[in-house]
Design a binder for this molecule. Sequence first.
Ligand SMILES: [Cu+2]
Length: 316
Amino acid sequence: MKYKEKMGKIFLSLGCLVTMTLAGALGAPSRAEVGQPPASSTSAGHHAGASAVVHTVTGSPASPFIPVRREMTPQGDFVAKTHRITLVAQRTGDGSLTYNGTVPGPTIEIYEGDEVELTLINQLDVDVSVHVHGVHYKIDSDGTRHTRSFAPPGGRYVYRWVAAPGTGGYWHYHDHVIGPGMDGVRGIEQGLYGALIVRKPGDSLPDKTFVLVMQSVWFNNKRYPHTPLLEAKLGERVEFVVVTHGSRFHTFHLHGHRWLDRGTNRIIDTFTQNAGESSGFQVIAGEGVGPGEWMYHCHVHDHLEDGMLGFFVVRP
Ligand SMILES: [Cu+2]
């Protein structure tokens, strides 16, 4: 099926849904009729060829993570902190495996110098673990089967991480034991993953953070029109953390915005990620381009065709 036909099909199917428009998000859901302009002038709509398909923005409203302002000494130094975090591995109504009931799990934000004491409580009927990327930990916090660092059904396990100097960046954590072998792939596939942000003192803090995990043709285990609907006000500083899992590479692209590629002097609006990789960036919502329903999507055509897209709605 050609790209245009397929996208047309995706958009046509939207005609049958009560979709979220700008007005809808404010409490008055409206229905977009195929072949007719949207009732609300604030809806996104365009005509694609003879079929005049109306494309209305939809998605599952995402709750952003709000970064914590850290207290500083009068000298402007950060006070290192030990974060005591509890993650409960549980199955949700839709069959997902989750940490604390959400996919992705909670976004963990710490600073270089901090430590984490993470207690994993297992409410699943299989062993589960937390394996982290980027920060320091001893082998007994590896979250793997051969080190026995997992929680059995009904049990718990305590992990200790140290955000040593130099570990600042965008990282992630995930299960490493659910699967047919000793690997953990099935847990990740079903939603056992989350983001870890290690900030350096002086890093600019965003107003809000959105985490997008690319796996198969999904964002956060959802495909359009159910992908996360990200919302911000014009001028807000918005942080995106992007993680890739699964067996494919993905090319993340955000419309209308651009950012500095970390460690280079290149301005980019697209980057490619392979499995297990993570990165992040900050933008000023609508900077230079104004409000609108800005698309985010994987730029790999097969994936985009299969619904690997969503919307970043910048409100005036
Ligand atoms: Cu992709």
